[in-house]
Design a protein around this ligand. Sequence first.
Ligand code: DOR
Ligand code: ZN
Length: 462
Amino acid sequence: MTYDLAVVGGTLVSGSGRKRADILVSGGRVVEVAAGAAAGADANRVVDASGKLVLPGMVDVHVHTREPGYTHKEDLVTCTRAAAAGGVTTIFGMPNLDPPTVTGTYLEEVLDLYRAKSIVDYNHNPVPAHGETEAMAESGVAAFKVYMVVDTGRTYPHPAGTGIHDHGHLLQMFEDVAATGRVFMVHPHDQALMDHVEQGYWKKGDRSPEAYAKTLAAYDGIIWDTATATLLRMAKATGCRLHIVHVQTIEGIEMIRRAKAEGVQVTAEVNHWALFLGTWDDVLELGPYCLSYWVPDHHRAAVWDAINDGTIDIVSSDHAPHTRAEKDVGWEDMWAAHTGTPGIQHQVPLLLDAAHHGKLTIERVVEVMAEVPARSFDIGSKGFLEPGFDADLMIVDPAKEWTIANDGVLSKIGWTPYDGREVVGAVERTFLRGIEIYGDGTVKGEPGFGRHVKPSLTRGMP
Ligand code: DOR
Ligand code: ZN
């Protein structure tokens, strides 16, 4: 038999450990994984991974692709080029688009765009529109998404229909999503509390980035924690599978830990900026360029503990690109700026760097960025480098020292909040279904190569 690809001599890392092994690939799938498996085997392409680590491709379940509607920020080609360079082989897109993904028709239109343009495999999370959730689930969505946010003084990033503040409406969505068996992904936030706290700053004429950062983190995270409590209670009531994004407070983590112990079906996500950005020094120096959030240091420490003890299940990019102009207005009025932070290209190197500095193991990196997201969202073909799985992988040099810089950014916006950050650990090559989509510093994948990965019917909550 002639294999399509042999990756030889590398050290494979999974959540359960590492081993020296070759990988043989045929028809886009892993066929064999064993030390010496490539010796004597016939392969059309042999990639030498000796001295390197081989990791499954990242399954990034939280990506703001911006297409359709906001293609001046990003589009599906630029977003997935950045993904490929960052070791990301599957993305889940978010519904805050124009038109926002709030109907089955809009969902089909978005899926058509991915089909034509995405370089990596994909899924898309629509809002669970009442009466349409079953049909949406049947068209292959892995999860639904809403925000508990309304934007004050701006219409983005939460366009009409994507932000839900009415708890009765939210409970109905939990019921509807529960009936589909899919996961409900929610951004926790209490807008009434935000409105109250921000008034205090506005009355003083303070609309600075510091005021915005302090508003969101007021009373040690009350805006996030009260929302988290509501979500967990609704998940318990309805049996709906819940995925909470932006978990970044001590109380939030404790509530999730308790809920899991009680058997509530919940997974928790943290985003790269809560780990690597968003210190008070970052707020002062980068202002709008590092906001959404300031994560006070005691919360960040709890987040790292929760990643390591398994309370936080998933790290995602929440890649949220905005132009410099959309950010720059924030120096004067942060409430007029677009919030959100890009990062799809750099989260894996940042996690490798964190592993280098002993914050977590590379085995845990593999779990939080590939294995657990694939399993939690029932993507049965992804996340593991084992026979039968898609041959989605990255070859990583864990010792490579380099500096993240704006001029290497593939995202359309051309900037990263990590500009100048020195890291140890780099993605050298990325393969999707056995085809190299990034290598030698170049994106090689073609638009349209990405496929819609549909969830299997088994429920895979960890
Ligand atoms: O700050 C944010 N930006 N929060 C969100 O929920 C969405 C994101 C975006 O799309 O820019
Ligand atoms: Zn987001």
